[in-house]
Design a protein around this ligand. Structure first.
Ligand code: ADP
Ligand code: MG
Length: 262
């Protein structure tokens, strides 16, 4: 693979322990101090974030890994800003930071984006540690989240479920995996919040769930149950259309609710 575009020193050495992924670090994570991050291009530009492909390479050890960098955009949606302003955040904010956020100065916008990226990173950590199929979260630094690349070694991203051509057997297997993942998240008390065949990747025979900035606590959030139900509907209607047998939204919703509450 060629290297082109921007490059920088690996951000790994300067990232605190709390900003790194859960231990043990998978063997593919490049931790060498002399590593360089090469920008290989934009994978996707969304409303709120851009996904870039990064190659981290250490000249001394020869180790290298591809990663996805999710960079939150400078413009912060009003709902997110409100959440941070109203203090449902976990960052300790100084008076200066609070004022910057209230005014939405450049620095204030940066703080909100960082807060948002950190929240996604924390959920990835939690879910990864619980065995939910999510990309391994490598690091968080400011408004940039680095995670495992889900795709091939040439930098071709895994297909999204919506576009994956699955035969009956694979579709049933994918449905089973999504059910397990939703139940595992519910057992921790959470619903994805934006689950759909657009936020599920298919890599080999395996599904990987992505995009976690709007996770909700099913019991604590007043709309938690409603949001969980929407996730269940999105998933079930997709697999129903594929002709997967035994898809039942009420059963899935009921099971998720019951594990969330026990
Ligand atoms: N870890 C990853 N590996 C490969 N591709 C990814 C990864 N994360 C995201 N993508 C690709 O980028 C797209 C956008 O990412 P996502 O996190 O869903 O952001 P958003 O939908 O908010 O723009 C995904 O649909 C997927 O195609
Ligand atoms: Mg998405």
């Amino acid at each position: 693979m060629g290297t082109f575009g921007e490059q920088r020193w690996s951000t790994w050495p300067e990232t605190s322990h709390a900003g790194r992924g859960p231990l043990p670090w998978p063997e593919w994570v490049v931790t060498d101090g002399d590593a360089i991050d090469y920008e290989l291009g934009v994978v996707k530009t969304g409303k709120e974030a851009e996904i870039h492909l990064i190659r981290r390479y250490s000249p001394s050890s020869g180790r290298e890994a591809l990663m996805a960098a999710k960079r939150y955009k400078p413009t912060v949606p009003p709902a997110v800003r409100a959440r941070v302003v109203n203090g449902s955040d976990r960052m300790t904010q100084s008076g200066r930071d609070k004022r910057a956020i209230a005014k939405m100065s450049k620095y204030g916008q940066f703080l909100v984006r960082s807060e948002w990226a950190t929240s996604e990173f924390e959920f990835l950590r939690t879910f990864y540690a619980a065995g939910v199929p999510v990309p391994y979260p490598v690091q968080i630094q400011g408004a940039e989240l680095l995670m495992e690349w889900v795709g091939d070694e040439h930098g071709v991203a895994a297909e999204r479920l919506i576009h994956a051509q699955l035969d009956a057997g694979r579709a049933s297997a994918a449905f089973e995996q999504v059910l397990h993942a939703m139940l595992a998240m519910a057992r921790l008390g959470y619903a994805h919040g934006d689950l759909s065949p657009y936020n599920i990747l298919v890599s080999g025979g395996r599904i990987v769930i992505i995009d976690f900035p709007q996770v909700v606590d099913i019991a604590k959030n007043p709309e938690g149950a409603l949001i969980l139900e929407r996730d269940c509907r999105n998933v079930c209607s997709f697999f129903e259309q594929l002709g997967v047998p035994g898809v039942d939204v009420e059963t899935l919703y009921g099971e998720c609710l019951s594990v969330a509450w026990t």
